[in-house]
Design a protein around this ligand. Structure first.
Ligand SMILES: Nc1ncnc2c1ncn2[C@@H]1O[C@H](COP(=O)(O)OP(=O)(O)OP(=O)(O)O)[C@@H](O)[C@H]1O
Ligand SMILES: [Mg+2]
Length: 250
């Protein structure tokens, strides 16, 4: 089995989807067969690569996952599109107690042929995100350097602990990535210092930071990853560097 990365943070708008798309694209460009799975009913990872969301989520459908994956960017990258109907996954799971177990089996069957899998999760720690964490070997937590970032991290760590205690799978490592980084802002520098010096989080923070870069925010509206849209941008360089770090080349 390849590496399975869950990109998660219950806080909204911190750069999860941007990181999931950009890293998936970077890993695919490094030559690995890569699958990006969109578990967020907002379907931003899907539309951000210019792909249509589905009416039934492929993981909750009866068809084989291989019939639902869509090639993206013409290379090693494939995407399992998201579905807006997933916003009521809690209700669906309550009506059908076997649903998450079935999805887990379908997930494990479906990812078998991939060397890297990235999961974009919704901004909540609901059943879908918790299931995704239990399926993953690694969690990547994007955070924005702002006042409440640390609080959010404390809650995330708590959830990760519970996932592991609940017999939850294979989660072996975790990394925190600072996104929309603006070194001109004193708050950015202060929050970065606190996190890097923290006894709890310090060892988990990637060296690479993702700078605030307007091209990064423009890319999804063109249905392209940053590597297609603006390959020379600071954002593209930073995500390429993060990819190396995540794949442990440095
Ligand atoms: N490095 C960056 N520079 C500039 N803008 C960015 C950067 N990273 C993300 N953004 C923009 O910030 C917004 C939020 O990013 P994104 O959608 O990736 O966050 P998210 O955590 O997935 O949000 P949600 O919780 O709603 O799923 C988007 O408009 C995105 O284009
Ligand atoms: Mg998102």
């Amino acid at each position: 089995m390849g590496q399975i990365f869950c990109v998660a943070n219950q806080k909204g708008g911190v750069g999860k989807t941007t990181t999931a798309i950009s890293l998936a694209s970077a890993i695919a460009r490094s030559g690995r067969r890569t699958l990006l799975i969109d578990l967020d009913p907002q379907c931003n990872a899907t539309s951000g690569l210019g792909i249509q969301p589905t009416r039934r989520h492929p993981l909750a459908d009866d068809r084989d996952i291989s019939e639902s994956v869509v090639p993206a960017e013409g290379g090693n990258l494939t995407i399992l599109p998201g579905c807006p109907g997933f916003s009521n996954i809690e209700m669906m799971a309550a009506r059908d107690p076997e649903l998450l177990a079935r999805m887990t089996r379908r997930f494990l069957d479906g990812v078998a042929g991939y060397e890297a899998v990235l999961i974009d999760s919704p901004p909540s720690m609901g059943p879908m995100t918790r299931a995704a964490l239990a399926w993953s070997t690694e969690v990547i937590m994007p955070i924005q350097c702002e006042f409440f970032a640390m609080e959010g991290l404390v809650r995330m760590i708590d959830v990760l602990r519970r996932v592991k205690q609940g017999g939850g799978g294979t989660l072996a490592s975790a990394g925190i990535v600072l996104t929309m980084y603006d070194p001109q802002l004193e708050l950015t520098r202060e929050v970065e210092r606190q996190i890097r010096e923290s006894e709890v989080f310090g060892n988990y923070v990637y060296k690479t930071v993702i700078p605030w870069d307007v091209t990064v925010s423009e890319a999804p509206s063109h249905g392209k990853s940053i590597f297609e849209y603006a390959p020379r941008s600071r954002g593209a360089r930073a995500y390429a560097e993060l990819c190396m770090e995540v794949l442990e080349y440095v």
